[in-house]
Structures are given as C-alpha cells and as structure tokens.
Design a protein around this ligand. Sequence first.
Ligand code: ZN
Length: 324
Amino acid sequence: MELVLEADPVKKRLRSIVQSGRLAHAYLLSGPRGGLQLSMARWFAKLLVCVASEAMNRPCNQCNACARFEDGNYPDVSSVQPDGATIKIGQIRELHRAFSRAPLEASHRIYIIEDADCLTLEAANSLLKFLEEPIITSVALLTTSRTEAVLPTIRSRCQLLSIGTQEAGDIVAELMERGVEQPIAEIASEIGGTVEHALALCQDEVFADLLEAMLQLSDEMAKDDSNPMLTVADRIIKPGFTSSQIETLLDLLVLWCRDLIFRIVGIGELFFKSEIDRLSNQSSLYNVERLLQVIRDCWDTKNRLRSNANAQLSLERLVLRVTR
Ligand SMILES: [Zn+2]
C-alpha cells in the first residue's frame, strides 16, 4: 500500500515543491467527489509540519508534530469547513486574525479551506484580499470537487493541483471493457470522475431510474402546463432514493443543462445524443443565462442535501426557482 501511495504523482509533485523551497501562497486541490483532495491537502500540511519529513521524504507519522497534527492540536494549522451549506465571512475573518501572527513552530502557517466552492460571495471576497496580499509565511490549501464553482478570481490566485482525475477517455474505455454501453459510460465518467466512482454509478441499480426521473423533471420544468412537484413526489421521494442518489440525479440535471447550452450555442460534444429531439424541444424554451442559473441552483441544492436538509423541500425549492 505504501508503495502505491508513494508512487502518487501528486505527492511526488508536492514533495518536490517542498524540496525546492518554492512554495506558492495558495493551492487549489480539485478532484472528483470522495474527499481525496482533502486527504491530499492534509498530507501536504503534515509534510510541511513533520520534523522528519525532509529525511523521510514523507510525513513520518511518528514525531510529536505529526501526532499533534493528527489530533488537530498543531498550532500553525487551521482548517475551515462549511458551516451548514456555506463558508461564511466570519469564519474567514477568524482566519485573518490567526494568520496575522508569525508561525509558532512550523516554517509556515497553513490553512485548509474545505469545499472552497461553498464560500459565500462575501467570504470569497474577504479571502481574496488575503490571497492578494499574501503573508510571506502562510500557505492556503483550498479543496473542491467543483472547480468550476469556485470564484474565478480565487482560482486565478491559486496553483491548481488535480487530484485523482483520469482522462475521461480512459475511464470510458475501461467502463466499456466491463460491458457498460458507451452513452452511459460517457455520462458516468463525467459525473464520477474516476473509474471507481463511475463504475459504482453504473452498477447502482437505480441509475436508470434516476436518469428517467431527471428527463421527466426536465421536460416538466421547461413547460408551463405540467406539474413537476408531482414528479418530485412520485418519482424521486416515493422510491426512497438516498441523499447521494438524489445528488447523482442533480449531477445528471447539470449535465443535461450543459447539453442544452451546447445545443443553443451550437458547439460542444453532447452527452445525451440519444435524446436529441428532447434537447431540441427544450433548448428552444431556455436561454444560456437561465440555464447557468439552473446549474447554480442544482449545486446549491446539493449543498443543502449535504447539510442534511429535507430532500423533498430542497427539490421543491429547486423546481420553484427554475420554473418561476
Ligand atoms: Zn513526523
């Protein structure tokens, strides 16, 4: 296992960054869902605080610094997670205060911001000031599974590190080798981001039902004379889908909106090629701006589900926002 971990190209890169002494002020670690990027951010932080890492080329996991880091008691490392669905400005101000002081033990103060896509606009702007006037001895490690939802001004000030991503073509090829049909393989690859996640999606027996429910919902949200609330109740809530399955349905809806946008602007490879008539019908009822808003509303709904909001209420809220 250790050998596999050590061969990780991202860890290799992080090690060489530390060895070269050319540490940037901020990194954005992005990857598919599954918390890989958070483990990598924590590994990087531990590499920076461990007293033996230089000799061992990795965190030793035995020194006092490693132990306190694991217990969350290392003084120069702070982390911020979403409070509910968002990271709020007060949390970023708190960081500012802590980081105005010099590090106590390590060479740098390190702050980890989990799910940086959940920053409120105010919090993101406050963080931006921080990133624009970097304190020489601080390193920011931001993680996200939705790079495109991180404010572009923040993204542009971070070095981007892609974690655990594989070329989409490789994932599709591997899924097809395992008997998944190409259109489904392409969709699952896009949503899953890794062979493991994509395969889990394809093997989920309700994946086809989620796809059907998404298509029906998309039809009804586009038209005035239908009742999408009924579809939410009958096709999504009644079957008792788990929160993570409903998140997959929202991922499918985001992908669908992307296809609609591609259809409107006439570029891009479609994911739902077999639904070309449906795409054409719906795309005539939307404009690009509105579809981008639907995509943002889907992300917002996913955040709500992750902070244990009621699924039916969250989906009804989404439908109301889209159809208003
Ligand atoms: Zn150590």
